[in-house]
Write a protein that binds this ligand. Structure first.
Ligand code: PLP
Length: 350
């Protein structure tokens, strides 16, 4: 196994990541790099050089981080000759919406399983649920069960499809999904270098998923950047219990082990989680308004708002090294904001 720290050296490095991912099946769903933009007004309000990595800006299905993972999930599905893609999540899941969109583009059948009660016939869908309905994706509701029961329901549906002669593929293997964010890490470094921005810090949400682990793996390889993981779901020990096996499997799959340990490249913050996953905090709601007011950019309250809240609290409290360039990694999900209006305004919707 190669033990490596691939100091980022421009064009040559893009070649290295291309080589590492060369043998992995992938379908192209992105039309190129997503923008890396200076956030001058927000940066000046917070007193730091600030960039935003815009993974909310993609041509497919209103974009978001899951598109990068879907390039590899659906690459795997197609290389196995699968004809039906299964995915599970809550009705406001960005993953379900983007899987349905990618399947629409690729001409694959898609089955979405929501762990929620079936909505009433007169209930008007909002946010991602609306987009799913407009795509006409086949949807099953398995009641308000937890994610383990939902996963079991997905496996049952896959068996049913197999018995009917279909070749189902269940979305969600975290290692395959993380490959998209290994590639994203190199994309980010390459863009920062071309902009002449000495990027030193990246802030991103931490749940238990492929996104932050893939990014962390990629940034451990390139070196020199601290990854600030802001918890939106789990405490630190639980996060690393999920992330460590993904990280090790990436070493195995790509045949390369970063010289930097994930814990040495990352800092983890549990203090902005508030009441738990998807429970908004006053600071998160304020962060949504802050970004909208200064940059005209929108984030939702489950993931990105808590990250920006942490970033701005730390910047204002002088807890970030003066003058060092910081990137806020926008993972998308803005369509979910349209289902979150009641968090900002109580009273009847307009
Ligand atoms: C799913 C999601 C995340 C988290 O990604 P994981 O890979 O599951 O950790 C972050 N932000 C948004 C907008 C998402 O939809």
């Amino acid at each position: 196994m190669r033990l490596a720290r691939l100091w980022y050296t421009g064009k040559k490095q893009t070649g290295v990541i291309a080589m590492l991912l060369d043998s992995v099946p992938r379908v192209r769903l992105l039309s190129g790099e997503t923008p890396l933009e200076p956030a001058l007004r927000l940066g000046s309000e917070l007193g730091l050089p600030l960039l935003i990595k815009r993974d909310d800006v993609m041509s497919l299905g209103m974009g978001g981080n899951k598109v990068r993972s879907l390039e590899f999930w659906l690459g795997e599905a197609m290389s196995q000759g699968c004809d039906t893609v299964l995915v599970g999540g809550l009705p406001q899941s960005n993953l379900c919406r983007l899987t349905a969109a990618a399947c629409a583009r690729l001409g694959l059948d898609c089955l979405v399983v929501h762990n929620a009660p079936e909505p009433g016939a007169r209930e008007i869908p909002q946010g991602n649920a609306l987009l799913n309905r407009l795509m006409g994706v086949r949807t099953l509701y398995c009641g308000a069960v937890d994610e383990y029961e939902r996963a079991r329901q997905l496996r049952i549906q896959a068996e049913v499809l197999r018995a009917q002669g279909h070749r189902p593929y269940i979305i969600g293997d975290p290692v395959t999904g993380a490959l998209g964010y290994v590639a994203a890490a190199f994309e980010l470094c390459s863009q920062a270098e071309r902009m002449g921005a000495p990027l030193r810090h990246v802030f991103i949400s931490a749940s238990a998923g492929p996104t932050e682990t893939g990014l962390l793996f990629g940034l451990c390889l390139t070196g020199g950047i601290t990854v600030h993981l802001v918890s939106v779901e789990y405490p630190e020990d639980e996060f690393y219990r999920a992330a460590q096996p993904i990280f090790s499997a990436l070493c195995e799959r790509l045949g390369i082990t970063p010289a930097v340990q994930p814990q040495n490249a990352a800092r983890f913050y549990g203090g902005w989680l508030g009441g738990g996953y998807a429970v908004p905090t006053p600071g998160a709601l304020e962060a949504v308004r802050l970004l909208a007011r200064t940059e005209g950019v929108f984030i939702e309250t489950v993931y990105n708002a808590k990250v920006l809240c942490a970033l701005s609290d730390m910047a204002r409290g002088g807890r970030l090294p003066a003058g060092e360039t910081v990137c806020f990694y926008h993972t998308g999900g803005a369509p979910a904001l349209f289902g979150q209006a009641a968090q900002f305004f109580d009273g009847p919707a307009l």
